[in-house]
Design a protein around this ligand. Structure first.
Ligand SMILES: Nc1ncnc2c1ncn2[C@@H]1O[C@H](COP(=O)(O)OP(=O)(O)OP(=O)(O)O)[C@@H](O)[C@H]1O
Ligand SMILES: [Mg+2]
Length: 255
């Protein structure tokens, strides 16, 4: 679904935020992209979805270069950025209708599609309330509804559960799970919540300082590092693998 070839971003100040990244996301994956703050996750997502032009390397989505096929790619993907502005005066339904129009959902299907996505994110009963009055969890749900309004086959979510309470996190997880399992949407997600990632992702990548440290099926990754664990009474968690791989100073302490 997505392939990157030596994807690199050197910002104008000379700082290399992403360094020769080679990723492979398969159709049907829920792919967790992990790394400490500043690792280059948001920079990578912005290059994957075509918002930021790489300084070297390229991104290919379903065999097509993202930079050279912008229009076609736009129709195939949905993006929920790290921080995104809402039109607070609009109701949820108005906001979604606006994006249905913007993304070229055919006129006779727009209303129906808005109702469909409202249902998918559990916001039908809140559809006619202005977004300005939504809680953070409700905003995130409407954000996801917006992201899928044009039925993309691939969506990018940058920290979709940031700041949500455990119930809100669980709700978003369930929405993503259903999107993936029932509608076959491939999902690329960043999150700091490693427990959450290990609950929903089948594949994960770990980046640090712009470099890819690991990319594998979750199960293989846990198997691979499981044998390094000193205390073997409990199976290794993704969190332990993450700290082991990203905290070079004190490996022994972390396992
Ligand atoms: N416009 C810019 N110019 C220079 N450096 C930048 C720019 N934007 C980001 N960076 C730097 O690039 C690095 C990666 O930033 P990025 O936002 O991609 O990280 P991240 O992994 O998403 O972090 P977080 O977990 O905090 O969201 C950081 O060191 C950041 O300071
Ligand atoms: Mg980020």
């Amino acid at each position: 679904m997505i392939q990157t070839k030596d994807l690199t971003m050197q910002y104008p100040n000379g700082f290399t935020a992403v360094n020769h990244l080679n990723l492979q996301v398969n159709k049907g994956d829920i792919y967790g992209f992990l790394g400490p703050n500043g690792a280059g996750k948001t920079t990578t997502i912005r290059m994957l979805d075509g918002l930021l032009k790489p300084t070297a390397g390229e991104v290919v989505i379903q065999g097509k270069s993202v930079i050279r096929n912008e229009r076609e790619i736009r129709k195939m993907i949905g993006v929920l950025p790290e921080s995104h502005g809402y039109y607070n005066w609009m109701t949820g339904a108005e906001y979604l209708l606006f994006f249905a129009q913007l993304y070229g959902v055919s006129k006779n299907k727009q209303k129906e599609r808005v109702e469909e996505v409202l249902q998918q994110v559990g916001m039908t009963s809140k559809a006619n309330i202005p977004i300005g009055q939504y809680s953070r969890g409700m905003r995130q749900r409407i954000g996801i509804a917006k992201t899928i309004i044009h039925e993309p086959v691939l969506i990018f979510l940058d920290e979709p559960t940031l700041g949500l309470d455990p119930q809100g996190q669980r709700d978003i997880q369930m929405i993503l799970h259903d999107l993936n399992k029932k509608h076959g949407v491939t999902i690329f997600i960043t999150s700091h919540l490693l427990k959450e990632i290990s609950e929903i992702c089948n594949r994960v990548a770990i980046v640090k300082e712009g470099n890819l440290i690991e990319e594998d099926y979750l199960e293989s990754l846990l198997n691979k590092y499981g044998s390094l664990k000193v205390d073997t009474t409990e199976p290794i968690t993704l969190e332990e693998v993450f700290f082991y791989l990203t905290d070079q100073e004190d490996k022994e302490m972390n396992l």
